[in-house]
Design a protein around this ligand. Sequence first.
Ligand SMILES: NC(=O)c1ccc[n+]([C@@H]2O[C@H](COP(=O)([O-])OP(=O)(O)OC[C@H]3O[C@@H](n4cnc5c(N)ncnc54)[C@H](O)[C@@H]3O)[C@@H](O)[C@H]2O)c1
Length: 327
Amino acid sequence: MSEPLKVGVIGAGYLGKYHIENWRSVKDAKLVGFYDPDQANAIAVSDKYELPCFESGEDLIEHCDVVDIAAPTDHHAFWCEKAIKKGKHVFVEKPLAASMQEARRIVELTRESGVRLQVGHVERFNPALLAVQHLDLHPMFIEVHRLAQFNPRGTEVSVILDLMIHDIDIILSIVKSGVKNISASGVTVLTDTPDIANVRIEFDNGCVANLTSSRISMKKMRKIRLFQKDAYIGIDFLEKKAEVIKLKEEADEKTFSFDIDTPTGKKTIAIATPTIPQVNAIQRELESLIASIRNQTRPVVSEMDGLLAMEVAHQILEKIANNVVGH
Ligand SMILES: NC(=O)c1ccc[n+]([C@@H]2O[C@H](COP(=O)([O-])OP(=O)(O)OC[C@H]3O[C@@H](n4cnc5c(N)ncnc54)[C@H](O)[C@@H]3O)[C@@H](O)[C@H]2O)c1
């Protein structure tokens, strides 16, 4: 049996602390320490988790096999480059980087070095999504709402790169078709970049996704609704619930169903609430990187997935810039 992979966390803020907690439950991984430039925070985190704080990120990287980057987005590219050039595997929080140029550079370096890099699109591991992933998903119309209350964390980038990017990534993973056209409108309210946005993405296969994201809402909501010929699939990422409404040939005893009369005859409609797996999404995503390193397989959310989500996000930002509603 080989030694566990040594892991170090760069950036021990809101999310970095969750990662520190979760790495401890990941099999085949050993957390060796972390780096955070905020001295007071570093001491507090080191005390709380009884974990060594390294003097520099470079020193931490030397002592690791896997570097987990949970620093603010505008520092992702810097630390990815340092880690990859030392041949270390990388987990980097979403979005992959702050600019397309940085994102492309990370992809290029990852390819050249052959390390595994996973992007922190943690919603891919949300139990509500996992509960419907076995279904044949081929939506023709998608409705998305991701609404959050204002929080200064994450405002170094727009609501598109901060919040909507989660949904862009999920939709691209489900639709698996090229993007034909994007229309978008955004409003800049509390920060220097759009805080709310509405986007319509048309895909080559005819699917249309309508996304609304806000980081200045009174209420929280994180829902994706998929409409396809034979089914409606509702996924609630916040409440961790899912609902599937399907047209069936005939009623069965296991599912709640009822008949309706339609112009083409009687139809049976079945409503199911899939069983939600009891999983911790952060632990799952970290485990999945370790598995991809050990098995030499593509990470579930690879550097290319991170780049594709950013490409769509940037097209959206360009559309919004050409269609300014804010100032
Ligand atoms: N996957 C998700 O759902 C999710 C949720 C929240 C945040 N995030 C992402 O995680 C990252 C961090 O966000 P956060 O909310 O934890 O922010 P945060 O501000 O709470 O934490 C960032 C930490 O990084 C440290 N830091 C600052 N500059 C640094 C540098 N140059 N090098 C190393 N560390 C540095 C800060 O001292 C701070 O402790 C962002 O990229 C954000 O988009 C992802």
